[in-house]
Design a protein. Structure first.
Length: 304
């Protein structure tokens, strides 16, 4: 399959679950409408795609795949909330997302803020709801929540805001991006394995496949962010689906500003190579990594 086929197939798999999150009665509420505006705005659904790839790689039965889908939709809700809040004037102050006006441009800042809050809170409700029935998923739910919080995405965003207009080290940039971008990608790559194996924290921290998947996620996350930094410099909004030149406008440190374009390209190649080496290790252990090979190739060359 090509990456386009994977993306289309993932959308068909995911969209019905996303469509069931809010009832018809709830959809009369303006905040729900704003949340759905952003949730249904398209995008490549890369995080759900990776969750599905991991499940397929391991060999997931239909019953477990239904639970992977449940978590994939939940993670996409968390990701979408972060985009709504990122675009607000107090954050990145953006007016274009996925080729459409951002949520606050359509619904106003107050409702957009609530829409992000609603998506995050509903995601947490879903994580509580499933572990009330399937206690073996407790650590998986905690893992997703932790990676969205101070130890993950929110922590990275905090460092990002605090670093605007400042000269920061490359090490701090790595920490920032491992949290801001990499944490949700880690949730996407690793969580399906936890679900399928029913791992608790102790087993998750020592399981060799779990550790390989975390390593894979780290390289994918960095590759994704480096390519984002490059595209923000060289791409066009009509292709990218969002405004470009924002990093320079906001005086943000990026892999391009710290390493230069050639250095960023070299670093991207090294992360892609490292991800490929992890896939080789998983393949030698008997796992089908064909999907991830397609994804890695796409990450290096993507133009949107």
């Amino acid at each position: 399959m090509t990456i386009s086929e994977y993306i289309q197939d993932t959308a068909k798999w995911l969209e019905p679950e996303l469509g069931s999150v809010f009832t018809q009665e709830q959809q009369k509420d303006i905040t729900v409408q704003a949340a759905l505006y952003s949730l249904n705005a398209g995008g490549k659904r890369i995080r759900p795609l990776m969750m599905r790839m991991t499940a397929q790689m391991i060999g997931c039965d239909d019953a477990k795949m239904a639970d992977v889908l449940y978590y994939a939709a939940t993670l996409e809700m968390i990701h979408t909330y972060s985009l709504i809040h990122d675009d607000l004037p107090a954050m990145d102050n953006d007016d274009l997302r996925r080729g459409k006006p951002t949520c606050h441009k359509v619904y106003g800042e107050g409702v957009a803020t609530l829409a992000g809050d609603l998506l995050l809170n509903t995601a947490c409700e879903r994580l509580f709801k499933i572990v009330a029935v399937k206690n073996e998923y407790l650590y998986s739910s905690y893992f997703v929540c932790r990676n969205a919080g101070l130890e993950g995405m929110v922590g990275g965003q905090s460092v990002d805001l605090d670093s605007e207009g400042k000269a920061i080290s490359l090490d701090l940039l790595y920490e920032l991006q491992r949290k801001k971008t990499g944490a949700l990608i880690e949730s996407a790559v690793v969580t399906p394995y936890y679900l399928i194996k029913g791992l608790d924290e102790a087993k998750a921290e020592s399981d060799p496949v779990s550790l390989l998947l975390k390593e894979l996620a780290e390289h994918i996350g960095l590759a994704f962010q480096i390519r984002d930094d490059i595209l923000d410099t060289v791409s066009d909004p009509s292709i990218l689906g969002k405004n470009t030149g924002k990093d320079e406008r906001d005086s943000k440190a990026t892999f391009v500003t710290l390493l230069g374009m050639d250095g960023a390209e070299d670093k991207l190649s090294s992360e892609i190579k490292a991800a490929g080496e992890v896939l080789t290790g998983l393949e030698r252990s008997g796992y089908d990594v064909s999907g991830y090979k397609v994804l890695i190739d796409y990450l290096e060359k993507r133009d949107s």
